[in-house]
Write a protein that binds this ligand. Sequence first.
Ligand SMILES: NC(=O)c1ccc[n+]([C@@H]2O[C@H](COP(=O)([O-])OP(=O)(O)OC[C@H]3O[C@@H](n4cnc5c(N)ncnc54)[C@H](O)[C@@H]3O)[C@@H](O)[C@H]2O)c1
Length: 282
Amino acid sequence: MGCDSVGIVGSGIMGSGIAETVIESGYPVILLSRTPESAKAMVNSIKGSFARKIEKRKKSTSQADEDLSRLICTNDIADLANCDLLIETVVEDIDVKMRVMKGLDEACKPSAIIATNTSTFPVIELAAATSRPDKVCGIHFFNPAQVMKLVEIVETLTVSQDTIQAATAFALSCNKEPVVVKDQAGFIVNALLFPYLNNAVKLLERGVASKENIDIAMKGGCGFPMGPFALLDLVGLDTALSILNSLYDEFKDPNFAPAPLLKRMVAAKLHGRKTKAGFYNY
Ligand SMILES: NC(=O)c1ccc[n+]([C@@H]2O[C@H](COP(=O)([O-])OP(=O)(O)OC[C@H]3O[C@@H](n4cnc5c(N)ncnc54)[C@H](O)[C@@H]3O)[C@@H](O)[C@H]2O)c1
């Protein structure tokens, strides 16, 4: 696949970070969001990120303007018709994602690759919602996408090797480090990371230590850049709960059963940084 333009669906944390990465890599991007307000918020978040890079002399103003000129926002799916690669980054809800994949399949040219950024859902189920399961794979960026090098390329039972090669080449062209992984809940990173995050919440529930001390301990004792509660707030507690539920559904391993406190915090809409309150306040 020659990739001349990329369509991104969803303007949340990941849609915004991926759009920033992709325009910086020289691709024109069409971003599909539900409302002009969320598109505006996303453009402002990219502008804010560019302003910080300019301040740190990592980017020039003219380069930032040039990159931003490659980003077009729309709320009409028909505008994605000619994109070569589509990346869906909508909320981690299987029904919503199935609807989005079906809509993209109907709206986009037959040769286009449709990728999902899902953290845990079976990519094969999303592929089966389309008429082109050989052209559907996972391209799983990490948060913040503009910083994190890793991208998991998820290989389903039906995807073609041409698609996997094209997705891998795309990730490399965005200066990322792609790894190919089979379509199993959590892929590599989340399958290993989420039992740890969940057990940190259980440790807090048992009153073993304060959240601040657990974060200090894991930074100082394991050399992690942030502790589990700061990381859960960054990921989004709603997304974290959804990931744990999918992992539990797949493996029925008690380590994946979400800690009750996490469920209560999501019910209370304490979703972390994006709602300005989670384990910490922002
Ligand atoms: N947050 C992370 O750390 C992280 C990391 C890697 C992958 N992911 C995955 O990326 C995806 C998006 O996560 P996020 O953190 O950006 O979430 P988010 O909550 O920040 O954004 C979700 C987006 O989905 C849109 N949306 C919600 N309901 C919708 C609907 N009914 N129809 C269409 N769009 C709808 C929202 O408007 C928003 O743009 C998820 O699949 C998640 O698992 C998240």
